[in-house]
Design a protein around this ligand. Sequence first.
Ligand SMILES: NC(=O)c1ccc[n+]([C@@H]2O[C@H](COP(=O)([O-])OP(=O)(O)OC[C@H]3O[C@@H](n4cnc5c(N)ncnc54)[C@H](OP(=O)(O)O)[C@@H]3O)[C@@H](O)[C@H]2O)c1
Length: 281
Amino acid sequence: MATETKDPATEVTTAPSADGKREGKRALVTGASSGIGEEFARQLAKQGYDVVIVARRRDRLDKIANELKEAGADAEVIAADLSRPEGVAAVVERLEKGDIGVLVNNAGFGTSGEFTRLPIDRELQEIDLNIRALTRLSHVGLAQMKQKGAGSIINVASTGAYQPVPYMSTYAATKAYVLSFSEGLHEEAKGYGVNVTCLCPGATRTEFQEVAGVGEGGIPGFAWMSAEAVVKNALGAAKAGSAIATPGLLNKVTANLPRFTPRFAVRKISGAMFKRAAERD
Ligand SMILES: NC(=O)c1ccc[n+]([C@@H]2O[C@H](COP(=O)([O-])OP(=O)(O)OC[C@H]3O[C@@H](n4cnc5c(N)ncnc54)[C@H](OP(=O)(O)O)[C@@H]3O)[C@@H](O)[C@H]2O)c1
């Protein structure tokens, strides 16, 4: 499938620091209190990374951090609401220390339903988290990595990034931004030794569906992936220097179909699917 480009010159890991500590072997993961982000923290810790984990639910983060510490990783917790400027500022300050070799911008949520019936404050919060925070953290993270000429950023979009999704219009639009933005950064950053990968998962078993109010969304059982498989794919793609990671054959097909289908038909098909899901759940 044509969704991946390779740049084998870049690696997830970066150089050790002069003081012998594992500089560059520290990763910061947003949205690490559940689902895909929690799995990123666990798999990165297994790969030898110390981690900084970020989300709003401190109790969850503390529990995960304790488990990771017991397994030998250093785990730092930042409880922050990334849809708010002060929450983003706390993470910016942490990134400015300059010791983060891998940044995973994963925190995000979706909303579903007919747009005029959705509370506008929640739609704007979705934009603030999925777009604004991700952009701000990419900016500071990338600047730090550029200085060292090494590092890796993984931004989490969705297969929803590849087409408009009526009844999840805001969500799909935020993820289209993440995909386009991350591909742009990928090309810029490889010039100075940093890799940017955009992860585009399809249906993945996490708390996402409950938060978005879409339930199973009529998606058949075989189409679902585990967070574990999604993250394994993403870390492999980042290590290989890929611009895009779309885990799972079905998701690769779904991501590519809109390129070969007239746009009006794409809108109609996804609209029919998601209208049913929004009405059902
Ligand atoms: N699951 C899927 O089917 C699927 C498919 C495509 C893309 N994705 C994307 O994958 C990413 C991870 O989602 P998930 O599936 O793992 O869902 P999830 O289990 O609901 O996890 C979302 C994470 O984001 C955090 N978060 C939400 N609002 C936040 C805020 N205002 N500030 C800071 N952190 C916040 C949550 O923690 P707190 O609530 O503790 O803050 C949680 O750790 C999202 O960007 C999502 O859009 C998911």
